[in-house]
Write a protein that binds this ligand. Structure first.
Ligand code: XUL
Length: 528
């Protein structure tokens, strides 16, 4: 048996999945574990993985919390699982996208000289030039987005170059804000990492490159050439090129597991550390989208809709993004910030648990008797909405079952409206993420998109995708490249009996409703 570890450092938790490939090619997921940040690390004071802040547009987390979770997770895998870790061949990972980590000079010497007797947090307290990391939920950089757009010649120029127009959560605008507001701290920053490349660096004990999947979420990378775009760097902050790690192919290795981990947890020092990528590029692999024609919808903290692209089809109107795919191709992605966040608000207002939420959804009619809402509990990414606000139409705030249906119908209609630019005829959707367990939601997804919806055996597609990437990178490094279909085979399997088909009468209701929703959405945004 050969083992491959995939880690997923997400907004709210760190998850691990270990996959095993046996001598006769038998394939199993043999370990899964999650550490929830709020529950396990109350001393950091996060709420849903985010540090409270007076300004609701500012959304930070603590990089030391991610460090602490990695240390503990490696300990759990080494000491508490009954895995035969002598067979662990490679580790790769997935990180929440766009979030950035700012490190002082001297950090790499510190990482190389770690004492395996001491925990990692105790040794890394002083390496950050910025104590907190801005994460993807941050919406505080509208001015910086404007300035970057103006400097490069407009949003469509930036989108053609980097795969996306300027977005508040993207790393470039975040770096520009840091430079503008804390110039001394910016000057003392030696390296700027993404969450993904930072975590990979911790494992390898050296500065890891950034992969084109996560690099494309920065407004800084030339998407076609897969290297830093100097015009974008110049528009962002002075001296930036020297502070960024290089871009390297997603299937390459960072190095071997550093002596710290080997000695601390009795692991072999011959374990490959493969490149980490963003959670969405990893999920693309974890749901088996290694060919064009199908899409996935991930229902997580944010809801995302993504698909495989052989060529970069950029949305110059600025609604979606194109990232590098771990296969070396491309992927399209649309992110809806008010995903679980909005569902939880409605659930909590009603005092339901998730079962009660699903029962309420199933007890209300398709089309909700005309009741509707726009679910912008927090500033929305798609469509861009700066001022949060929940707009209700023919819907009383205390009619809880109708609010449940309204939020789900709104979210699903938004996913279809805002994905039209991708030009994909959707007939099959893979549903993943925590809320994909709720079949009532998936029926609405199926009816709104007029497509069949399937669930997958392994719900954590980002961690599974990371484990599969570790498997692939290990073989590539040994001169035995594998077809991606071969990598995912046996691991990415449809959940038996999970198929949901669209109901013709419902499809017709939603076709009408979609037009009304689009009008109301446009009206609400323009009267902001
Ligand atoms: C994608 C995005 C989110 C985060 C969530 O652009 O912002 O999906 O990656 O972790």
């Amino acid at each position: 048996m050969n083992l491959y570890l995939g880690l997923d450092s997400s907004t709210q938790s760190l998850s691990a999945i270990v996959i095993a490939v046996g001598p006769d090619d038998e394939r199993h997921v043999v370990f899964e574990h999650t550490l929830n940040f709020d529950a396990e690390y109350p001393e950091y004071g996060t709420q849903n993985g985010v540090l409270p802040h007076d300004d609701p547009t500012v959304q930070n987390s603590s990089p030391l919390l991610w460090v602490a979770a990695l240390d503990r997770m490696m300990g759990i895998i080494a000491k508490e699982s009954d895995l035969d870790l002598a067979s662990l061949r490679a580790i790769a990972g997935s990180g929440q996208q766009h979030g950035s980590v700012y490190l002082k000079s001297g950090v790499w010497e510190t990482l190389r000289g770690l004492d395996p007797q001491k925990d990692l947090v105790a040794q890394l307290g002083d390496v950050f030039s910025r104590r907190n990391s801005p994460i993807w939920m941050d919406a505080s950089t509208t001015a910086q987005c404007e300035a970057i757009r103006a400097a490069v010649g407009g949003d469509s120029v930036l989108a053609e170059l980097t795969g996306s127009g300027a977005f508040e959560r993207f790393t470039g605008p975040q770096i520009r804000k840091f430079y503008e507001t804390e110039p001394d701290a910016y000057a003392s920053t030696h390296t700027i990492h993404l969450v993904s490349s930072f975590m990979a660096s911790l494992l390898a004990g050296e500065s890891a490159p950034i992969d084109p999947g996560d690099g494309a979420g920065m407004n800084l990378m030339d998407l076609g050439k897969k290297r830093w775009a100097l015009a974008a760097l110049k528009a962002t902050a002075p001296g930036l090129e020297a502070k960024l790690p290089p871009v390297a192919e997603s299937c390459s290795l960072v190095g071997k597991l550093s002596p710290y981990w080997a000695q601390r947890y009795g692991l072999s020092s011959d374990i490959d550390v493969a490149m980490w990528s963003g959670d969405n590029p990893c999920s693309l692999i974890g749901v088996g989208l290694v060919k064009p024609g199908r899409i996935a919808i991930s229902l997580g903290t944010s809801d995302t809709l993504f698909g495989f692209l052989p060529e970069p089809v950029v949305d110059t109107e600025g609604r979606g993004h194109v990232f590098g795919a771990p296969t070396g191709d491309y992927m399209s992605l649309i992110c809806f910030l008010n995903g679980s966040l909005a569902r939880e608000q409605i659930r909590d207002a009603a005092g339901y648990d998730w079962q009660g939420f699903e029962a309420a959804l199933n007890s209300t009619p398709v089309g909700n008797n005309g009741a509707m809402l726009l679910p912008w509990f927090a500033p929305e990414i798609t469509p861009r909405v700066e001022q949060p606000g929940v707009h209700r139409f023919d819907l009383a705030a205390d009619d809880h079952p109708a609010n449940v249906r309204a939020v789900i119908e709104a979210q699903m209609i938004a996913t279809t409206l805002h994905s039209e630019w991708m030009g994909v005829e959707v007939d099959t959707i893979y549903a993943t993420g925590g809320a994909s367990r709720n079949r009532g939601i998936l029926q609405v997804m199926s009816d709104v998109h007029n497509a069949r919806v399937y669930q997958l055996e392994t719900g954590n597609s980002a961690a599974l995708g990371a484990a599969l990437r570790a498997y692939h990178a290990h073989f590539v490094a040994n001169g035995q490249p594998m077809e991606w279909d071969d990598v995912t085979r046996g691991f990415v399997t449809l959940l038996a009996g999970s198929e949901i088909s669209p109901v013709r009468a419902h499809v017709d209701v939603y076709r009408e409703m979609k037009n009304l929703y689009a009008q109301r959405e446009a009206h609400a945004r323009h009267s902001e």
